[in-house]
Design a protein around this ligand. Sequence first.
Ligand SMILES: Nc1nc2c(ncn2[C@@H]2O[C@H](COP(=O)(O)OP(=O)(O)OP(=O)(O)O)[C@@H](O)[C@H]2O)c(=O)[nH]1
Ligand SMILES: [Mg+2]
Length: 246
Amino acid sequence: MIKQYSLSLVMPCKNEGKALETVLKKLPKEIDEVIVVDNNSNDSTKKVAKKYGARIFTEKRSDKHGIGYGFALQKGISQAKGTIVVCMDGDGSYPVKEIPHLAKTLIEKNLDFISCNRLPFKKPKDMSSVRAFGVKILNFITWFLYGYKINDSLSGMWVFKRYAFEEIGLIEGGWNLSLEIKLKALIHPGIKFSEHQISYRDRIFDLSKQSLFQTGFEHVLYLFKFRLALIKANNFSLGINYFAKE
Ligand SMILES: Nc1nc2c(ncn2[C@@H]2O[C@H](COP(=O)(O)OP(=O)(O)OP(=O)(O)O)[C@@H](O)[C@H]2O)c(=O)[nH]1
Ligand SMILES: [Mg+2]
């Protein structure tokens, strides 16, 4: 609880047992509930989540590549009871201890949505150079197509007021949800969006299962498709006049 706002932390988890324990051990007292959305994990994910009193949900849907990241987040956020919702990976790469400060910033600056910016990195090993370059390309395409300057279009950590989620409506089931949630929050005239710097480190356990090039390609395609959909919906007001919203 911060001021009169309750806090829910939502984490999609697929085989993150070891990493999840390190996150839940450091949980700040201000967090009122933790939601873990599991997807057929065959490790200790559920056991660990239960040990720390998290609410556990199962989401079996996945996209054509077998990724259920977006579906898991949709499920988790829709079940959250907090007036402020925080989403992040359950792999220990995002800073759980920075949540109270981010939530305070959201409240005090009267914002609706904070996307947590990982760049620039303190140490080069915090993110591979291929991935960091990919993020910069996506940032550029976002600016080019939508007119918004964003530092980290692929951040997987967001802090937002629950009603913002109800306002924007999410549909992406795979990795594109990360772009979708930021774009929809950015372009929504009633949502005050901002980016805030966080510390970030590469995942601490297990090798990444991410297929960088396939995911990157899907992201580029998504950015173009979503822009086209806006044009078709006659949303021409969105253009290069709209620089960083804050
Ligand atoms: N429930 C569920 N969670 C998933 C699924 N795919 C990924 N996740 C979780 O979503 C979060 C983000 O996935 P990551 O594998 O960390 O993706 P990434 O951060 O791009 O890549 P690395 O951290 O380098 O592996 C993690 O907590 C995963 O466990 C899925 O299909 N279902
Ligand atoms: Mg990760």
